[in-house]
Write a protein that binds this ligand. Structure first.
Ligand code: ADP
Length: 340
């Protein structure tokens, strides 16, 4: 193998740079040239690329974002766009294309492989962790830390004023950030797509739980973590409805894109480095249409379509303890009193 290429696509995630670095250093180790395409699949069509050598990836492991930039490319869903990309890749003599992104980008990889004979390999990079076939995705650990840091700060001010705060985190299709950040911040409620029923039922549950918590703890702060886009109007609307029902002050906080940024935490850098190196080794072995991942501390490659055909479940034990801890009705049945 003499030449491979890499691109970052879809939502960016902290650790993508660490992954690009690992790909370049591993490739250099095996005497393989690396081309970096810019702006996701757009770079394949527009021939926007640059050679990547070790000097280009020095001092980037700690940087969020992606030096190759990321983008969405709607036209890439067409057959013509994939054919142009295939022609351009062949013209440069690329033998394998490594795609760092989410499941949308992996669908793009699969689409390209219908028209291109080279190898395609997906590396899971998304803060949402919503990719089946790997325990974690690159960027996920940093996103939890960012959400957690913000929720801890919200709690300080919530405590001071004994207020109710609703914190909206990312994860419109998957509750990994929400559940983990809620658990680690000792939040009182968590609303994520996997666990949510309908809006009215959730509101009733929160109101009942809130009243029970106030009875047990007296006036106190109360934190609700919600995923984005669970219902129209999001966290702002929920805060308004809760205020109307309880007459308590309810403050919405939307964390938004800060969760995508920041220097990657060590777990993301290490995962990105392992997956980058492993993907190059898989390319050398001639593998194609695969996604690399890590499960139970073991690196593995699976057919790329597995990533979107199956839904990764939340850790059922985390769900259980989050629910057990805050089941105030049960605590009352057992006669457990608050120390306050
Ligand atoms: P992510 O990779 O983070 O899930 P998107 O879902 O936005 O992000 O997908 C990123 C890009 O992947 C899209 O802008 C498009 O270029 C490409 N893509 C997504 N789905 C397909 C598809 N079915 N066919 C071809 N390309 C696709």
């Amino acid at each position: 193998m003499r030449k491979i290429a890499v691109l970052t696509s879809g939502g960016d995630a902290p650790g993508m740079n660490a992954c690009i670095r690992a790909i370049v250093l591993t490739a250099e180790h095996f005497g393989i040239q690396v081309i970096g395409y810019k702006h996701g699949f757009n770079g394949l069509i527009d021939q926007e690329y640059l050679p990547l050598k070790s000097r280009n990836v020095a001092n980037i492991i700690q940087r969020g974002g992606t030096i190759l930039r990321s983008a969405r490319c709607l036209t890439f869903k067409t057959d013509d766009a994939a054919k142009v990309a295939a022609k351009n890749l062949n013209a440069l003599g690329i033998e394998a294309l490594l795609i760092i992104g989410g499941d949308g980008s992996f669908r793009g990889a699969s689409h390209l492989s219908k028209y291109w004979q080279g190898q395609v390999i997906g590396l899971p990079g998304t803060i949402d962790n919503d990719i089946f076939g790997t325990d974690a995705t690159i960027g996920y650990f940093t996103a939890i830390e960012t959400a957690l840091d913000s929720i801890d700060k919200v709690r300080d001010t919530a405590d001071a004023f004994e207020r109710i705060f609703l914190v909206e985190v990312m994860g419109r299709h998957a509750g990994f950030i929400g559940l983990n950040a809620a658990l680690a911040s000792a939040s009182d409620q968590v609303l994520v797509p996997e666990l949510c029923t309908d809006f009215e039922t959730e509101v009733d549950n929160i109101v009942n739980h809130l009243k029970a918590a106030m009875n047990k703890r007296g006036n106190c702060s109360y934190i609700i973590v919600t995923a984005e886009n669970l219902w129209p109007g999001g966290v702002t609307y929920l805060a308004q409805v809760l205020h109307e029902k309880t007459k308590l002050e309810c403050r919405p906080v939307i964390l938004g894109h800060v969760q995508r940024g920041g220097s990657p935490v060590s777990q993301d850098r290490i995962l990105a480095t392992k997956l980058g190196a492993y993907a190059v080794e898989q390319a050398i072995e001639g593998k194609t249409n695969i996604m690399v991942g890590e499960q139970n501390n073991t690196l593995l490659a699976q057919p790329i379509e597995v990533s979107w055909q199956q839904r990764k479940p939340l850790d059922p034990y985390l769900v259980k303890i989050q629910q057990d801890f805050f089941d105030i009705t049960k605590h009352a049945e057992h006669g457990i009193e608050s120390i306050n």
